[in-house]
Design a protein around this ligand. Structure first.
Ligand SMILES: [Zn+2]
Ligand SMILES: [Zn+2]
Ligand SMILES: [Zn+2]
Ligand SMILES: [Zn+2]
Ligand SMILES: [Zn+2]
Length: 357
């Protein structure tokens, strides 16, 4: 039931109306309207703080993001949130050797490291500023072990992608003592390192099979459209080698099989076969050249794992004549024993240099 208005109510109502027309600007909104000040303010906030600020009032929201594009610019200026570090710590499990030999862990977000040399860039997907430690790497060098003797080299270890198995990492000097260039040092000294995506990876500590150390640079540059990581020539080494298991899982998860009739619409030429180029993906151009925060990496991996789930072993229609496509680029993956250059209409042969371990 409506309350009958008395004349006393009129005054507050007029006041309210006036407020709605001319809302008093709070001092925060005034600061935010000066874009230079806003940028300084934002560089001290992480993404959660900015979200809280955006949601605090409509006038603040409008002051922060007056135009499309202004928000994206600000996201790229935020302080790294350190969420990537927490994701790494959640997935990476230090082995018993870590505790037995007194390894030290050096994992630090660029935003919380004093006088940090750690680079930050906006994530390619969510646009939020992300430090190099909080983004995806193929090999994270996180652990260090002091040498027992003066003339010995320190030991390094870390993790492949978000795989849980602690993996030894050999520096160039571990393989050749006379290697030119500076020796790897303890990253916590703040002089050099951590040495992500470098050196040679070895068999994970918790794996008791054998495989030779693999050159990380070679793995990163391998043309995945033409090669798989499971083509060990030696019968004494399991396929894939225990050293490459985690990376191999990632590169295989991007492949799906299709026959001509079941091609995804963007690749089908209406009964005239496939319109696709050869996959030329490498781990380097997928994971290192795209600066991606670990939250987006996890989300992307999850989405990819659910794409065309019935095309893993063979085409979903169970026809045998199928081809393999790369979900990263929708290019064709060369099947073993088929020389891609002899297939008609597949695009030109890549001329880039392939690394080999
Ligand atoms: Zn996770
Ligand atoms: Zn960070
Ligand atoms: Zn992101
Ligand atoms: Zn099919
Ligand atoms: Zn590809």
């Amino acid at each position: 039931m409506k309350r009958k208005r008395s004349s006393d109510d009129l005054l507050p109502e007029t006041h309210e109306k006036a407020l709605r027309q001319y809302p008093p600007e709070c001092s925060l909104t005034r600061i935010i309207r000066q874009y230079g000040l806003l940028e300084t303010l934002v560089s001290n906030l992480c993404s959660d703080d900015l979200l809280a600020l955006l949601l605090s009032s409509k006038s603040i929201y409008q002051a922060i993001a007056p135009r499309p594009g202004s928000l994206e610019n600000l996201l790229g200026r935020l302080r790294c949130s350190g969420k990537g570090i927490r994701i790494r710590q959640k997935h990476h499990k230090n082995s018993i050797y870590f505790f037995m030999y007194g390894h030290t862990e050096y994992i630090q977000c660029g935003a919380t490291t004093k006088g940090s040399r750690i680079e930050s860039r906006p994530c390619i997907n969510c646009k939020v500023n992300t430090c190099d430690e909080c983004r995806i790497h193929c090999v994270y060098q996180s652990n260090f072990e002091k040498p027992c003797e003066e003339d010995e080299l320190p030991n390094f270890s870390g993790f492949v992608l978000l795989s849980p198995h602690e993996t030894p990492i050999l520096s160039p000097h571990h393989l050749a003592m006379d290697h030119a260039g500076p020796r790897w040092q303890d990253p916590s000294n703040g002089q050099a390192g951590p040495y992500h995506d470098q050196g040679f990876i070895d068999v994970p500590f918790d794996d008791d099979t054998f495989g030779p150390p693999e050159n990380v640079k070679g793995i990163l540059n391998l043309n995945l459209g033409r090669h798989t990581l499971a083509d060990s020539t030696s019968s004494s080494i399991p396929d894939p080698s225990p050293v490459l298991k985690a990376i191999h899982r990632t590169t295989e998860q991007r492949k799906r099989k299709f026959c001509d009739s079941c091609l995804p619409p963007q690749l089908s030429q209406h009964g005239k076969g496939i319109r696709a180029t050869l996959c030329q993906c490498t781990l380097k151009n997928r994971f290192l050249d795209r600066w991606m925060c670990l939250r987006c990496y996890e989300a992307e991996e999850l989405v990819l794992s659910k794409v065309y789930p019935n095309h893993l072993e063979q085409c979903g229609c169970e026809r045998q004549l199928d081809r393999e496509l790369c979900l990263w680029c929708w290019g064709l993956v060369a099947l073993p024993m088929i020389e891609p250059s002899t297939q008609p209409g597949l695009g030109s042969e890549p001329s880039n240099v392939e690394g080999s371990p």
